[in-house]
Design a binder for this molecule. Structure first.
Ligand code: ZN
Length: 229
């Protein structure tokens, strides 16, 4: 027996091989009651499938969709002047980190990390906690995988105490809800250089500047980005 559906009409073929009239199917169902129930199932599937797709798309955009670009405002901690804006944008080379930090010492190096808590409320930014370190590794060089995932290369300033940042960080993601997602962390600029060796934080000293990495209220689409130049 074959059952085919065309435009919600059911065509039943009983040519191959014929089901004996003694088969339990015919004892419990007449053909006229079976056809409408199959038809309603097919109709239900037609209406339910798009609804299920729409629901899963909504949940992706609300809390776990990758963010294409996000700006982090770095604000000076108490008694310091270091401030700036850092833009985060993921692509196939990793998380790109670009921007400018000013108010640092001239010709100096400064530890620069993602810390685990997106909380800059403490005057010394201690509220941001330790380095972002989802793997539980020891602190190491940022070019290795045996490192705190949130540890990056030092910022280097020019003669006016200004650091231009443009680097890629592997592993890290932005907004996908995964293990290495930096949304919900904080960016910290330290007073001293990270030596990439000392445990647990590279001996980078006080926290001069702090910025929370948070999901924008409304994620801009690529179209809106282009329209606003
Ligand atoms: Zn740090």
């Amino acid at each position: 027996m074959r059952i085919a559906s065309t435009d919600n009409r059911l065509i039943m073929s009983i040519t191959d091989p014929p089901i004996p009239r003694t088969h339990p199917f015919f004892k419990e169902h007449s053909v006229m009651t079976v056809i409408p129930s199959l038809a309603s199932l097919a109709l239900a599937a037609t209406f339910l499938a798009p609804a299920a797709l729409a629901q899963s798309t909504d949940s992706l955009t609300s809390s776990s969709a990758q963010i294409n670009r996000l700006a982090v405002t770095l604000e000076a901690t108490q008694g310091n002047r270091a401030a700036g804006t850092i833009t985060l944008s993921p692509d196939n080379r990793g998380l790109r980190v670009t921007g400018t930090v000013t108010g640092l010492d001239a010709n100096s190096e400064h530890g620069f990390h993602f810390h685990e808590h997106g909380d800059c409320s403490a005057p010394d930014a201690s509220s941001a906690g330790d380095h972002f370190n989802p793997d539980g590794h020891a602190h190491g060089h940022p070019d290795t995988r045996q490192r705190h995932a949130g540890a990056m290369r030092n910022l280097k300033t020019d003669g006016s105490g200004r650091a231009e940042v443009d680097m890629y960080v592997d592993l890290l993601t932005l907004g996908d809800g995964g293990k290495y997602d930096v949304v919900g962390t904080a960016l910290i600029v330290h007073a001293d250089a990270d030596d990439y060796t000392s445990q647990p934080v590279g001996n980078a000293g006080a926290r001069l500047s702090c910025g929370v990495v948070e999901r924008p209220a409304a994620v801009q689409s690529a179209d809106e980005d282009n329209g606003n130049g």
